[in-house]
Design a protein around this ligand. Structure first.
Ligand code: 2ND
Ligand code: ZN
Length: 378
C-alpha cells in the first residue's frame, strides 16, 4: 500500500511486514526506520557526518581534529561526550563549529542534515544552531541564517520533499548576545526560521539572565523553547516556564524533582502537564550528560504515563551517536513501545511544532496518521 500525502506529491512507502509484538529485531528495526517521525530538538552543529567534518577541516585548514578517519571520529565524539557532565559534552562542539564558518560549509551541512533525517524517516524537523558561533571567518549573523536556510531548502529538494525542516536560532547562555539573536529570529521568521532557543551550560546561567530576549520574542509573538531541567533541577524549569514564558522545554526531565514517588504532582509539574508544555526529551544525550542513569530508568515513560506532552528527540546525532530510529529502538527495548506509542509521540511532536495550526494538522492527518495506519494494516 502506498500513501501519497496530498500536497507533497511524494509517495510515502510504509513498511510491508509489521511485527506488533516486537518479536523480531530485524523487522522491528525495519518498521521503526520507515515509521514517520518528527524531531523538535536536533542541533545542526551536533549532527554532522564525520566524513564531512574531515573534508571541511582540510578545506579550511583546521588541524584540531583528534583523527582523520571517519569511523574513528564518530566513535571519538560519542565517547568524548559520554562524560557524565553537560559541560564536557559541550566541549566536543568546538570541532564541529570550527569547520562551519563559511557559507559553503553551512549550506552543505544543512543540506546533508535534511538528507540524513529524511533517510531516517523524519518527515518534520526543527533543527537548531547558534548563529553567533559561525562568525569566525567573517560571515554576518544574517549571512549565517541565509546560508543555513539555503542548505535546508536544497536538502528538502534532494529528498523530493519527503521532509520539511524549520530552524530555531539558539542564543548561548554564557554569552550576552541573546537579545541580538532574538531580534534575528524575529527578522527571519516565516522565512525558514520558526523559533528561538537558549542552550549551553546550565549551571550558573539561569534562563532569567536572558529575559530581554524573551520579552522581545513575546512582544513580537514569536515562538521559543528553552533548554532547562537537564543539568539543573526543577528551579531551572520554573524560571524557563514562569519567568521567561517558554512554550516548550528542551529536555525538562528533572521535572521529576517536583513529582512524588506515588505520582502526586507539585504545582510546577502540574502546571507543565496541565498546560501541555511539551518536553523535548533526548534519552541518549541524557545518559551521556548524567541527567539519567540508563534507558530502563529514564523518566520518559513515567512522564508519558502521567500525561505530560512528551516528545522523543535526538539532541545531537553525531555527538550522541544516535538517530531517531535508534531512540525509538531504545524505547522499544526499555519499555516495550510499539507503533501505537510511537504514533502518540510523533503526533505530540507535530502538535507542539512551531508551525501554524493548519500546517500541524495537515502533517498529522495527511502524513503521520496514514503512515502509522499503513504500518498497522500491512
Ligand atoms: O543538550 C544540550 N544542552 C545544552 N546545550 C546544548 C545541548 N546540545 C547542544 N548544545 C549546545 C552546543 C551547541 O554548540 C549549541 C548550539 O547548537 O547548543
Ligand atoms: Zn539540546
Amino acid at each position: 500500500m502506498r500513501v501519497t500525502p496530498p500536497g507533497s506529491g511524494v509517495p510515502y512507502t510504509p513498511v510491508m511486514h509489521l511485527s506488533d509484538n516486537l518479536a523480531s529485531t530485524v523487522s522491528v528495526a525495519d518498521w521503526i526506520r520507515r515509521a514517520p517521525k518528527a524531531v523538535l530538538h536536533d542541533h545542526l552543529d551536533g549532527g554532522l557526518r564525520p566524513a564531512t567534518i574531515i573534508e571541511l577541516a582540510r578545506a579550511c585548514g583546521y588541524t584540531g581534529l583528534p583523527t582523520e578517519d571517519p569511523a574513528e571520529l564518530a566513535v571519538w565524539f560519542r565517547d568524548a561526550a559520554d562524560s557524565g557532565s553537560l559541560e564536557r559534552y559541550l566541549e566536543t562542539f568546538a570541532h564541529t563549529c570550527a569547520v562551519m564558518q563559511t557559507r559553503e560549509a553551512l549550506v552543505r551541512v544543512a543540506a546533508e542534515c535534511a538528507e540524513d533525517l529524511a533517510a531516517d524517516g523524519v518527515v518534520y524537523a526543527e533543527v537548531r544552531y547558534a548563529p553567533e558561533q559561525h562568525l569566525a571567518a567573517g560571515l554576518t549573523l544574517d549571512e549565517v541564517v541565509e546560508a543555513v536556510n539555503e542548505g535546508f531548502r536544497e536538502g528538502e529538494r534532494r529528498t523530493g520533499g519527503r521532509i520539511t525542516v524549520g530552524t530555531l536560532l539558539t542564543g548561548m547562555r554564557h554569552t550576552d548576545r541573546s537579545l541580538e539573536i532574538a531580534e534575528l529570529t524575529v527578522a527571519h521568521r516565516d522565512r525558514g526560521v520558526c523559533g528561538f532557543d537558549i542552550a549551553g551550560g546550565e549551571i550558573g546561567n539561569p534562563p532569567s539572565r536572558h529575559l530581554p530576549a524573551f520579552q522581545h520574542l513575546k512582544r513580537n509573538n514569536c515562538h521559543f523553547t528553552i533548554h532547562a531541567g537537564e543539568a539543573v533541577g526543577a528551579e531551572s524549569i520554573h524560571e524557563a516556564v514562569q519567568v521567561c514564558g517558554a512554550e516548550r522545554i528542551g529536555h525538562g526531565v528533572r521535572i521529576t524533582d517536583d513529582i512524588a514517588e506515588d505520582g502526586t504532582l507539585g504545582h510546577l509539574a502540574a502546571y507543565v502537564r496541565d498546560n501541555r508544555i511539551a518536553l523535548e526529551v533526548c534519552p541518549t544525550s541524557n545518559l551521556q550528560t548524567g541527567a539519567a542513569k540508563d534507558y530502563g530508568s529514564h523518566p520518559i515513560d513515567r512522564l508519558r504515563r502521567l500525561g505530560f506532552r512528551v516528545t522523543l528527540n535526538t539532541d545531537n546525532r553525531l555527538v550522541s551517536g544516535t538517530t531517531m530510529s535508534e531512540e525509538f529502538q531504545h524505547m522499544a527495548d526499555a519499555f516495550g513501545y510499539g507503533p501505537e506509542v510511537f504514533e502518540e509521540l510523533t503526533v505530540a511532536a507535530v502538535e507542539a511544532a512551531f508551525l501554524p495550526l493548519p500546517e500541524r494538522r495537515r502533517i498529522v492527518d495527511e502524513i503521520v496518521r496514514p503512515g502509522y495506519a499503513a504500518l498497522r494494516s500491512a
